[in-house]
Ligand binder design. Structure first.
Ligand SMILES: Nc1ncnc2c1ncn2[C@@H]1O[C@H](COP(=O)(O)OP(=O)(O)OP(=O)(O)O)[C@@H](O)[C@H]1O
Length: 204
């Protein structure tokens, strides 16, 4: 279980701090919902470990993550910037998520090929990110996160801007991840995404 307990945070010039408090079970998706500027991305950054709270705690399976660096948390995040390495192929970008040293087995390569197919990017593995559209880059970033197979996925507007076919493919992919036990924290302005994917809503 992921427990966010009285997590207090304010930016330096902010008058009233946020106090985030919720729990989620593995295999469930919680949608964080609120107006623009209500703190959704801030919460994601706190969970991922990119921001430090003033007080409170984050527990995964009863273990505090408060002092764990981002790369030591059981989480993968896909934020709006996508963060693809421009000089590396799509295959290598995804491969880095599976094996940081890029020592990929033929099984890993098969998983990448199958994954690309499942997000509608069959045959795109040798391309550079610069040769992809915004929506295609988004799909690569999401696939990389999924293939890392961490227990928790933090998704900040993961499907925004995609056409309806790509959205359907990715929603299905995320539903499959949930069915396999992945816990998802989703920030999305899209009501349909929340209706299809979320088991609970956390309103900011
Ligand atoms: N580094 C920062 N320093 C000071 N204030 C910040 C910083 N980053 C964000 N904020 C402010 O904190 C508030 C919440 O921002 P945040 O990005 O978490 O909102 P959001 O709910 O994700 O918005 P959106 O839906 O528009 O992405 C906003 O008022 C924003 O201006």
């Amino acid at each position: 279980m992921l427990e966010v307990r009285n997590l207090v945070f304010a930016y330096p010039d902010q008058e009233s701090p946020w106090n985030f408090d919720f729990t989620v079970e593995p295999g469930q998706c919680i949608a964080v919902h609120g107006a623009s500027g209500s703190g959704k991305s801030t919460l994601m950054n706190l969970l991922a470990g990119f921001l430090e709270p003033q007080s409170g705690d984050i527990l995964w399976q009863n273990m505090s993550l408060r002092h764990h660096a981002p790369w030591h948390r059981p989480m993968t995040s896909v934020f709006q910037e996508h963060n693809l390495f421009e000089h590396l192929s799509v295959d290598a970008n995804i491969g880095l998520g599976i094996h940081p040293g890029l020592k990929l087995t033929s099984r890993d390569q098969q998983a990448i090929d199958k994954g690309l197919q499942s997000v509608g990017l069959d045959g795109f593995g040798k391309r550079l990110p610069g040769d992809l559209s915004g929506g295609q880059r988004q799909r690569v970033a999401l696939l990389r996160a999924i293939l890392r197979q961490q227990p928790v996925l933090l998704l900040d507007e993961p499907l925004t801007g995609l056409d309806s076919d790509a959205r359907d493919l990715l929603r299905q992919l995320l539903l499959d991840q949930k069915a396999q036990g992945t816990l998802i924290v989703l920030a999305s302005h899209d009501e349909e995404d929340r209706r299809i994917l979320a088991d609970s809503i956390y309103k900011l």
